[in-house]
Every structure is written in C-alpha cells, then in structure tokens.
Design a protein around this ligand. Sequence first.
Ligand code: PAF
Length: 279
Amino acid sequence: MQIIRDIAMLRRAVSALQQGGKSVALVPTMGALHAGHLSLVHMGRRVADHVVVSIFVNPTQFGPNEDYAAYPRDEARDAALLAQEGVALLWAPDVATMYPSGHSTHIEVAELGADYCGAARPGHFDGVATIVSKLFNQVGPDIALFGEKDWQQLAIIRRMARDLDFALDILGAPIARDADGLALSSRNAYLSKEQRKAAVVFPNALKAAAKAIAGGADVVQTIARAEADIVEGGFDSVDYVALADPVSLERLHVFKSSARLLAAARIGKTRLIDNMAVG
Ligand code: PAF
C-alpha cells in the first residue's frame, strides 16, 4: 500500500489505478480506525476495483472547545490495518496541504445542516462539506463510502454531491455495532469502563423508541421517554432525540411511513451519536 502526502503524486497514483477503465472507491476517515471503517473498506472492495482511504483529522469541523487536539491519532497502526485489508493507497495529507496559507473558500451547508448535530456544533457541517469536496477533487474517485452512523453527514454529502454536480456515486454502509449494540465510534475510546458499560442504554432506548413509533405510539411522548431513559441510564444530557425524514431531515411529529430516529447524547466529556430506521 502506498502512503501519499502530496496532491500531484496522489493524482498520478489514482490515474494509474484507473487505467483500463478500473474503478476507485474512496473511504474518507479521520483515522483511529475501527471495525466500522473496515466494513466501509470491505464494501469498497466489493463495489470497485481499488480502494483509496484518506486519513485527515480536519480542524475546520471541530468547534473551539471540542476534541481536535485530543482526537486519537495513530497513523502507523491505521496504515498496518489498511494494508492487511488490501487498500491500494492511503492519502494522508498534513494540514498545510489541505489548508495552504491564505485558504479562504469554504462550502456553506444551508438547511440540512441547521438542526440536530448542526445546532449543537455550529460550523461543523460546513467544515465537513468543505473537506469532503476537497477530497473528492483531489482523489477523483468513482464511488465514495460513508458510514450511516453519521446519518445527517451522509444526507448532507449526498445533497452536496447532487447540488455541486460531483460525478461520483455516494454509498452509505450500515452502522457497525459492538456485541451489546453500541455503535462503533473512534470516540468510544474516551469512555471509562463504567461509562462504556452504561452507554448501552443509548442504543437500547433508541431501539425501543423506534419499535414503539413504528407500532403506532405517540412520537412526542415516545421521544420524551427515550430521552429520560438515556439520562436515567447514566448519560449526563441528551442533545436531541428526533424523528426525521431520512432524506430531507425534516422533523416529523407524526410517523407515516419510513423515517429515521436520530440522536446525540453526552456521557462525561464524550458526545455520542446514533440513529435507527423506523418502519
Ligand atoms: O466521518 C468522518 O470521519 C469525517 O467527518 C469525514 C467524512 C472523514 C470528513 O472529515
């Protein structure tokens, strides 16, 4: 597996991979890889001839009091895992390559980024959309894969690719979960043993709520019950539990057909997100 840090070299290497009409799938990551990322790589290998993974901890998607500095970084470990998985190329630029001095252009995500995580993390999705569009332009993949755990992020990236005419397919991969149901996340590494044990209340409360709503229970009351269960189970606060249209992300107060239950909650200093299909 080649590790590349220079944009011109990256373009040459990807063109070589695409010779003879071969396809390339991109898996954008911030490193600290876990089985969820590897499931994206596996999916990439199924749908394309070659997989390119990017690792870049993107400063512009972190707020001033967030965990940018503390975000787990171990490129050697990540690279070894990716090499074992048959990844062709690791794109691992530094901050100066991604944001050269004087960088002043960014993408602004309008209504899709205003609610949910966007409300709790102002500017977050502008940072995500900007870096993902740069990755698309740098790598030039045929397909890009994202985890469904960040459902709002996936919806925003799909909309951005459509709005800005990126010529690639965006695929979402199902959420990878630990045996007890907690969604895999690089931020799970921040949890103490006790917090990790308690964290199972989060997926459990969402699963119960999704089932109840699909069965006809009142949406507002069911969400209030789920939020109370999450806090009673050991979380410090709930940013939101909301029923949303899966594509427009519009909040739904009545369940009609398919919807997504989206949630974020804080345990200690760690903010976890999750979501589940309803119906
Ligand atoms: O989901 C992530 O890990 C990041 O938001 C992404 C898509 C790699 C952009 O930095």
